[in-house]
Design a protein around this ligand. Structure first.
Ligand code: UTP
Length: 275
């Protein structure tokens, strides 16, 4: 059973400036809930109650969100407004939150290595909360945790994207084992369309085995001068130790303004006021 999930939330969120000048991108609300809370709920649903947040300067609002607000509790206690706190109270009841700061934003691989002391020597989930994933059945991380029990190796979530968008993603190639499951033999970060091995793009959900930390330590900076997780995963893939999984559900790229607006409309129309 995988108990821990790492949340890299230290990035600058430049695509949302000026909104993200003094507010973390991960606190942007899709309707009335911050992106990072959707992510934490997905991890808890998958049994990963230990939530390890890799934060940075200017991200205190995230730590405060996963703590009690005594003043607020006192103010609305016993009033009709208490129900608005139900979802975050549930999260606080079930989750355990640990935090570490990434001092320099040197990329996703570096963020994950920064989280090593919170994870230790066990397999763990990674959830990028700017990829919002929604499914009426089991959430994406829960689907992947089940797959981990079968394969016992790292797993990346993938989706097919239009060829003219592959340059925004890590892209995989591999042998199809059964419907929607591949054994990965190649991964490339942000390839040109002409060089991309497929249109199967990695999205922000991973299960990683802990040997990834030593591999990241030995991985030099790659695309954009950042330490890329994809490059480290490529080392595991060469040993046949990475699976890719075409998940059930919808994914919204909430790191971009169009994806964020699409998610907002979708959640408002399909979920708001219905739970
Ligand atoms: P992104 O590249 O999507 O996030 O990283 P960003 O850098 O904040 O966004 P833009 O491009 O400037 O708009 C994916 C995830 O990895 C985290 C980000 O917070 C985001 O959740 N991240 C990225 C880190 O925690 N540390 C880093 O050094 C880089």
């Amino acid at each position: 059973m995988i108990k821990k999930c790492l949340f890299p939330v230290a990035g600058y969120g430049t695509r949302f400036l000026p909104a993200t000048k003094s507010m973390p991108k991960e606190m942007l609300p899709v309707v009335n809930k911050p992106l990072v809370q959707y992510g934490v709920e997905e991890a808890i649903e998958a049994g990963m109650r230990n939530c390890a947040l890799v934060t940075g300067r200017g991200k205190r609002a995230i730590a405060d969100h996963f703590d009690i607000s005594y003043e607020l509790e006192h103010q609305i206690s016993g009033t009709g407004k208490e129900t608005y706190l139900n979802s975050i109270r549930d999260v606080l009841d079930q989750g355990v939150f640990t935090m570490v700061r990434q001092r320099e934003m040197k990329g996703l691989g570096h963020a994950i290595l920064t989280g090593e002391p919170l994870i230790g020597n066990e397999p763990f989930g990674v959830l990028l909360s700017d990829d919002l994933c929604l499914n009426d059945g089991a959430g994406v991380l829960a689907q992947m945790a089940e797959l981990y029990n079968q394969f016992r190796c790292s797993i990346v979530a993938i989706q097919e994207v239009p060829v003219d968008e592959v340059h925004k993603y890590g892209v995989i190639a591999g042998e199809s084992l059964k419907d929607g499951i591949y054994r990965v033999d190649e991964m490339v970060e942000k390839p040109d369309a002409a060089d991309a091995p497929s249109n199967l793009a990695i999205i922000g959900r991973y299960i990683l085995t802990p040997d990834i930390f030593d591999i990241i330590r030995d991985t030099p900076p790659g695309a954009n001068g950042e330490v890329q997780l994809t490059d480290a995963l490529q080392t595991q893939a060469r040993k046949g130790c990475v699976m890719a999984y075409k998940f059930q559900g919808r994914r919204f790229d909430c790191g971009s303004v169009p994806g964020f607006v699409e998610a907002t409309n979708f959640v408002y129309e399909n979920y708001y006021g219905k739970d």
